[in-house]
Ligand binder design. Structure first.
Ligand SMILES: Nc1ncnc2c1ncn2[C@@H]1O[C@H](COP(=O)(O)OP(=O)(O)O)[C@@H](O)[C@H]1O
Ligand SMILES: O=P(O)(O)OC[C@H]1O[C@](O)(COP(=O)(O)O)[C@@H](O)[C@@H]1O
Length: 337
């Protein structure tokens, strides 16, 4: 039986979203489904910005960052009226299934639609933050980590040359997945993230870092890199850089990597993940599944209830945190001979 399937991308764009759209379009056509795209996220759904997606529309997109369907954050979807408008557009266009590629906010929007609409709803996790439950990785995370790492490797060169202290702020909203993984990969002298910082210990943390910087300077370490999660330090990372500068008497410079982390060509890992998830979303639709997110755990695709995907129980690997805190951190490194 033919079906009308619509896709939209929503929230922060993530490298690999195009690869997912491509996989959905190719798999959908293979099943003889009609595939459509709503442009500009939920705004485009509410405003009926719908176009059919042909196979030619997804040629030459797999290596591109961003999203060919464009993305947006849409205030209206947070109200009942907005959700009803979205549902009316789906009914008017006789859409049978809606696939949303986005983060937890976008999945909450999809859950709201599901409450009012009989069609099939499928989520695909696309966010650089990797903060979605039920999947080991989200589309875009691996590229963002590699992008940040390659930028920090360059910062390390100049930091070494000038024997400087740098703080590098990374994205992730309220999750330390990017910060911890990048921090360990670039051998940061200090990783500061939600998983190892407690606001009650602000002063104690300041004193510790300040001592570590001064000790490292004395030991003639050539540079000192602190990797810090955005939204972590009270009054912002710049305030921390200033405090450390005044406490140590050494210039501590902040470099905020920002949106560079969201762009660029997806690495192979993200293209493959996106392709598997896109194809699996169409297969799930053909099996009549709904109200689920396509995830991947231990290299196997799994279908997770959407409500579970947005629970926020995902943690950074405890092994990684323990290794960073108790073995890799500069303050823990001791020569045995
Ligand atoms: N609780 C909610 N109910 C309905 N729609 C929501 C809800 N939360 C987010 N959305 C919709 O999803 C969009 C994307 O969510 P956001 O949190 O900004 O990004 P992400 O999906 O990447 O986490 C929002 O702009 C809004 O349109
Ligand atoms: O694009 P905006 O609105 O400035 O949002 C920035 C946020 O988007 C992200 O880049 C991606 O987050 P989402 O995928 O959840 O939207 C976060 O890391 C960051 O905090």
């Amino acid at each position: 039986m033919t079906k009308n399937i619509a896709i939209l991308t929503s929230g922060g764009d993530a490298p690999g979203m195009n690869a997912a759209i491509r996989a959905i379009v190719l798999a959908g056509h293979r099943y003889q489904y009609k595939i459509f795209g709503f442009y500009h996220g939920y705004n485009g759904l509410i405003n009926n910005e719908l176009k059919p997606l042909a196979i030619s529309d997804v040629e030459g997109v797999i290596h591109r960052g961003g999203t060919l369907l464009k993305s947006a954050r849409c205030k209206e979807m947070r109200s009942k009226t907005g959700v009803s408008q979205a549902v009316n557009v789906l009914l008017k266009n006789k859409i049978d299934a809606l696939i949303v590629i986005g983060g937890d906010g976008s999945f909450n929007g999809l859950l709201a639609i599901h409450e009012q609409w009989q069609g099939q709803v499928i989520g695909i996790p696309g966010t650089i933050d990797n903060d979605i439950d039920g999947t080991d990785f989200t589309i875009g995370f691996s590229t963002a980590v590699d992008t940040a790492l390659s930028a920090i490797d360059k910062i390390r060169d100049t930091a070494d040359a000038f024997e400087r202290v740098f703080l590098v702020e990374l994205m992730g909203r309220q999750s330390g997945q990017i910060t911890f993984n990048v921090g360990v990969s670039c051998a940061a002298e200090k990783v500061l993230s939600f998983e190892n910082f407690n606001i009650q210990q602000e002063q104690e943390t300041l004193e510790q870092i300040s001592t570590q910087i001064q000790t490292a300077k004395q030991a003639k370490h050539s540079s000192f890199l602190i990797v810090i999660a955005e939204n972590l330090w009270p009054n912002g990372s710049e305030a921390l850089a200033k405090k450390l500068t005044s406490m140590t008497g050494i210039d501590c410079t902040l470099c905020t990597l920002g949106y560079i982390q969201r762009g660029g060509s997806p690495v192979a890992k993200d293209r493959i993940l996106a392709t598997k998830m896109g194809v699996s979303a169409i297969q799930a639709i053909s099996q009549g599944k709904s109200n689920i997110m396509v995830g991947e755990q231990n290299n196997a695709i799994c279908l997770i209830p959407l409500t579970q995907a947005v629970e926020h129980n995902k943690t950074v690997s405890p092994l990684l945190i323990d290794a960073q805190e108790n073995i890799l951190a500069l303050s823990k490194q001791t020569d045995a001979y």
